[in-house]
Design a protein around this ligand. Sequence first.
Ligand code: OSB
Ligand code: MG
Length: 371
Amino acid sequence: MKISKIMLYHVVMKLKAPFETSFGKSVYRHGVLVQVFDDEGNTGWGEIVADEGPWYSYETVETAIHVVRDFFPLLLKDKEINHPEEFFDLLQRIRGHNMAKAGVEEAVWDLYSKNNNEPLYKALGGIRDKIVSGVSIGIQPTINDLVKVVGSYLEKGYKRIKIKIKPGWDVNAVEAIRKEYPDILLQVDANAAYTLSDIEVFKKLDNYNLLMIEQPLEWDDLVDHAELAKMIKTPICLDESIKSLHDAISAFKLNSCKIINIKPGRVGGLKITKEIARLCNEKGRGAWIGGMLETGIGRGILVASATLPGITYPNDISGSDRYYEEDIVEPPWIVNSDGTISVRNKPGIGVEVLEEKIKEKYSKKIIEINF
Ligand code: OSB
Ligand code: MG
């Protein structure tokens, strides 16, 4: 296939409840939906998970639009793509901008698997037809609120709880949850809010049987994490620091982490997601798929990714209703009563994309890129 056109939709969707992390509070989720067209007019969908501002990583909605619009056609025009795994290398000259690359690459995977009449998870090499869901709970107004929110997700069937932590909202939050729920699968995510000088906090967190602590230190660090890993029992999971297969290899060489939260957007797409999952498997390290509050399009990509061999922990992939009043796909993603999400055995991502709704209700800006 050849790509003949890319449409970008800068969408703005109101979250059901504000999502607060150590790097800020989101009321609306911004993102860029991607629709690619091949030379026969078939289409595939993907999602660029960059946020409005450079808070989680340096990419933003506008940098992603800039890079896709101004540099992708140069590298993709007239290029024959036999398999989506070839796509990442076509963009090799572009340094970084993994979220922009991933969103378009995912759309190529969707298009390819639709053209082959097979579900995306099968095209990827997935090995299971349902994935273990988990929920990521933001910082709440009070500890009491937090314990209530945790309870409400457990009632809905979620089997693993992750809470966001930051200095002043860490040991106290974990202690309160553990008092009420001593045995649940519980983990914490600091989004890079600490330094090695906070060792006393990490030592205290060691007493609460946490599954893991995610990205405690600086967003692109590997060295200090390796030092911390020697001082605490709780396994370290890296998110922000792992931006490529090379980072994953380095992290394991240095023993910076035991587990990787693989986000397809952060690493540049599904090809690299597969490679990192394979590496984790080979090295006996843990892996799971992380979300970025995606719409139903990106969520379908996450679900397919979580079927890969090598994915060994519950994922940050919740039902559509955890995020939004309504989704932009039909049917929305639903968590089964056993805390899993089932794949859809339909071609591609396997959902109907509600194009009119995207265009009329949620798009702030639509960009057409002709090749
Ligand atoms: O650090 O994992 C993170 C959301 C936005 C940015 C960063 C993160 C998150 C989450 C939410 O934790 C996971 C989800 O999509 O439910
Ligand atoms: Mg994280």
